[in-house]
Design a protein around this ligand. Structure first.
Ligand SMILES: Cc1cc2nc3c(=O)[nH]c(=O)nc-3n(C[C@H](O)[C@H](O)[C@H](O)COP(=O)(O)O)c2cc1C
Length: 160
C-alpha cells in the first residue's frame, strides 16, 4: 500500500528534473519495486479524484511505470463507471499493461463499511479472490512423485 499520495506536490513539468521532490522519488521507487499495481480509486463528481490524477501525472514521465501490470478494482457502492472508464483510458495512454479489459467489480455496501463486514460476505470475498488471482501467478504444478508417470515423462523428455 502506498500512503504517500498526500505528500506529493502538484505536478508541474517544469519541476520534473533533478533533484526530484522526495515524495516523487519515493513513489517512483515503490512503483519500480512492485511486480504489479492494484488500483482501487473512488469516483468524485463523475471523475478521477484530482489527488490521484496528480499521482498518475508524476508517473507519466517515469521510467518505472510503462509496461507495469495494473489491475483496476472497482470497489464502489454506486457504480463509479465514469472514473473507471477514465482511469482505463489514462492508464492505457501511460502504457500500463491492464490485466483485465474491464475493472474488477467489488460491490461494497456503502461508505464507511468495515473490513470485517466485507470479509463476512461470501460474495465480496469471491470477487476479491477473482481479482487477486489475476495479480498472483498460479503456483507451479507439483511434479509427479517417483513412479507416478515417470516413464511417460522420460519418453517425452527433450534431449539435454
Ligand atoms: C465529494 C465526493 C463526490 C463523490 N462523487 C461520486 C460520484 O460521482 N459517483 C460515485 O459513484 N461515487 C461518488 N462518491 C463516492 C465515492 O466514490 C466513494 O465510493 C465513497 O466516498 C466511499 O469511499 P470510501 O469507501 O473510500 O470511504 C463521491 C464521494 C465524495 C466524497
Amino acid at each position: 500500500m502506498h500512503d504517500g499520495l498526500a505528500a506529493l506536490p502538484l505536478f508541474n513539468p517544469d519541476d520534473e528534473r533533478d533533484p526530484l521532490p522526495a515524495a516523487v522519488l519515493a513513489l517512483r521507487e515503490a512503483v519500480g519495486r512492485a511486480d504489479a499495481l492494484l488500483i482501487a480509486c473512488p469516483e468524485y463528481a463523475h471523475g478521477v479524484p484530482g489527488a490521484f490524477k496528480n499521482l498518475l501525472d508524476w508517473l507519466v514521465g517515469s521510467l518505472e511505470f510503462p509496461g507495469k501490470p495494473v489491475l483496476l478494482l472497482n470497489a464502489s457502492a454506486r457504480g463509479s463507471y465514469h472514473a473507471q472508464e477514465a482511469l482505463a483510458e489514462i492508464l492505457g495512454t501511460m502504457s500500463a499493461e491492464l490485466l483485465s479489459a474491464q475493472p474488477f467489480p467489488v460491490a461494497l455496501p456503502a461508505a464507511g463499511c468495515t473490513v470485517e463486514q466485507v470479509l463476512a460476505s461470501a460474495e465480496r470475498c469471491a470477487e476479491l479472490r477473482a481479482a487477486l488471482e489475476l495479480l498472483v501467478p498460479s503456483p507451479p504444478t507439483p511434479l509427479p512423485q517417483a513412479g507416478e508417470g515417470s516413464e511417460a515423462r522420460l519418453a517425452g523428455a527433450a534431449p539435454p
